[in-house]
Design a protein around this ligand. Structure first.
Ligand code: CTP
Length: 418
């Protein structure tokens, strides 16, 4: 039996009016099973789906429903004073909108405005609602305020349609809770150089060679390191992503530009996280004009190698911890070991890049962590932001940097590979 990861933590579980409210019952049991003390808040719509008595019996506490209950006036003040974390699961579209706007017309929304502790929200709704621009704006606002809004999952919805709107899996919500509770400034003092996204190698003035990287994993790494107190520079190829808070972004296009930017900052860094999908080849003779069709008739495009940035920087390392990412379609472990040694890395994060679960473009990722010293570890599928925390934890564990301190418990999401 593993140790209880939430021992003594006070969590307020807020349940709103979605059909997924029944899943909050199992979630409550899991939270309590992990040692948390849980108070449940329900909106009046939530009580249409599940009776408060269910939560009352399982939590052993009265369910808070009203702002002006006679027996316990202003319950939001006590609940927020005492809470280590607020978890809203399921969070409806209405709840996300009210919380983003800062309305305070019922117990849950008032508690939200009064809260000073970390907040995790797990949305559940119909796919078309999740895709609505108003909801996208509210989600962005909440995330900018440091609230963790998980992505709903894709699959069959209560409407009978397929789409993105299902409540995230319980293990994902639990990981978010652990991750948010463990949030420490344990990377303060570290200077982290992150590369992200694809590179773009010009053929002529309008055409180029690139790859399918979205940049999401690298941006998640930068965001996680910054939230944990590190100073972060993000050297990014072209992506559609906003800069993470408190991260300085340096935009680049080609592998050569990425190399120059990283090389000039390498001495500053204590950790290099090389998440970028760097193009390995570029056209040998790019044209500065737009080439005409007839100029190309039948001619092969001559390519040359780009610099291997990670390998070059690893030869210059003095004190830096080096983290690489490997995109592999087969023989993950064997190919990973070769890369780890060739590029002289402390940790290699190995992604699968084939199939529907490919790392490219997805919100989630399933990886194997291959430390230089120690056993490879398989990490179950997680949202990239949560995976980023797991990778930072592993860097701490294996880097031997004394400034790092690790206090988080290992959990069941990790499987050692023999
Ligand atoms: N990398 C790099 N410079 C390159 C190519 C890759 O710095 N020109 C880095 C990537 O950012 C990643 C690591 O090296 O952290 C592994 O990248 P990957 O594409 O998996 O491997 P390659 O070295 O390109 O080898 P191969 O294409 O043979 O798998």
């Amino acid at each position: 039996m593993s140790e209880k990861t939430l021992q003594g933590k006070r969590i307020v579980l807020c349940v709103t009016g979605s059909i997924a409210a029944y899943k909050a019952v199992s979630l409550l049991r899991t939270l309590i099973g992990e040692g948390a003390e849980v108070s449940v808040v329900m909106t009046s719509s939530a009580t249409q789906f599940v009776a408060p008595l269910t939560f009352e019996v399982l939590s052993g506490r009265p369910v808070l429903q009203r702002l002006f209950a006679d027996s316990q006036p202003l319950p939001h003040l006590r609940a927020t004073e005492e809470a280590d974390l607020i978890l809203v699961a399921p969070a409806t579209a209405n709840c996300l909108a009210k919380c983003a706007l800062g309305l305070a017309d019922d117990l849950l929304s008032t508690l939200f405005v009064a809260a000073r502790c970390p907040i995790v929200m797990a949305p559940a709704m119909d796919g078309e609602m999740w895709d609505h621009p108003a909801l996208a704006a509210h989600t962005r606002t909440l995330r900018e305020r440091g609230i963790v809004v998980l992505e709903p999952e894709e699959g069959p919805l209560a409407s009978g349609l397929l789409g993105k709107g299902r409540l995230p899996a319980e293990h994902v919500m639990m990981e978010a809770v652990r991750s948010r509770l463990a949030l420490r400034r344990d990377w303060s003092g570290q200077r982290v150089l992150v590369s992200a996204g694809p590179t773009r190698e010009p053929i002529d003035a309008v055409r180029f060679i690139t790859n399918a990287s979205s940049g999401k994993m690298g941006y998640a790494m930068a965001e996680a390191a910054a939230q944990r107190g590190a100073e972060v520079l993000l050297v990014s190829g072209p992506t559609a992503l906003p800069s993470p808070p408190n991260v300085t972004r340096i935009p680049v296009l080609t592998a050569e530009e990425m190399y120059q930017e990283l090389d000039s900052r390498f001495a500053w860094a204590t950790v290099l996280v090389m998440t970028a999908a760097v193009g390995d080849f570029r056209p040998r003779y790019p044209s500065s004009a737009k080439a005409k069709k007839h100029e190309w008739a039948g001619e092969p495009l001559e390519l040359e190698r780009t610099p291997d940035i990670l390998q070059s920087l690893s030869r210059k390392r003095t004190h830096q911890v080096l983290v690489g990412f490997a995109a592999e379609s087969e023989d993950l472990l064997a190919n990973g070991r070769i890369k780890l040694h060739q590029k002289n890395l402390d940790l290699l994060v190995m992604n699968r890049i084939t199939g529907p679960q490919s790392a490219f473009g997805n919100e989630t990722n399933e990886v194997i962590l291959l430390p230089r010293h120690g056993t490879p570890v398989e990490v179950e599928r997680l949202p990239k932001r949560l995976l980023a925390d797991r990778i930072l934890d592993t860097v701490q564990e294996h880097s031997g940097i004394s400034a790092f301190s690790r206090s988080r418990e290992p959990n069941e999401g990790i499987r050692r590979i023999q």
